[in-house]
Design a protein around this ligand. Sequence first.
Ligand SMILES: [Fe+2]
Length: 271
Amino acid sequence: MNKKITLNDILDPISPKVFFNEYWGKKHLIIRRNKFKNLFTWNDFNKYMNQYPVMKGLQILDYRKEGDGRWCLDKVRNGKLKLPMLSKQDVYDQWKNGKSIVLPFAEYQNKDIVDICHEFERYFRNGQSNVYCSPRANSKSFPAHSDQTENFLFHTEGRVKWTIYKEFAPGKPKEILEETVLEAGDLLYIPQYQYHKVDTIEPRILISIHFANKDKQSLSNFKISKLGDSGRLKWYNWSPQRFYDKKGKKIEHHYRMPANNWKKKYFRDKI
Ligand SMILES: [Fe+2]
């Protein structure tokens, strides 16, 4: 349980050596497998969304015709985006009407996401994690575009269709290299500047964890930092460790009265 997540675990079954030599900065990589499906599930989404509006960030895609189409909670709050503040019911209606939702800064939603960030940040600069959620098929996501970061996309719920283009920015997307459907447990790596597009074919959640490269990073002079050197705050386990098993070893969960026993204690006598 406390085992650290290594880059080998993250890229399994591709070795870090093969990844950096053959894929990093050059071409996309699809790893079909059954791992990290619990990073952010529908249950997590439910809990997160029910906290609205007490949350750091939330974006609704395809909310309006102008600009990039997004409604951003933080920008509406601080006045940078001149759009009305939405009520919880409004946001729910948007979701029910098929709009995709992005939850930015999701690094600390789950210990595994933090651990994955820590491990990646030995090889890249400090990153960020966004969760992309869509309620149904044909929810609008992003058209063909490229990103300035190295992108790792962890699929946790549903399936999405990916289109990967041959071209990198500043060129234009023209030739399709691959069209494929990925599902929960799969990982997709897209190098910075490579064009790509997502189509939603059913309700889905996918987590993007993305990083800029370290200064002057190259295969011939490849810098790997020590775990924790990125300055990212670690995940603490806040559970009290007050309980011990028979061998005197600390156990972390709270003692809970076995079901049914409490009734006897309190309702032994007639009141
Ligand atoms: Fe992207």
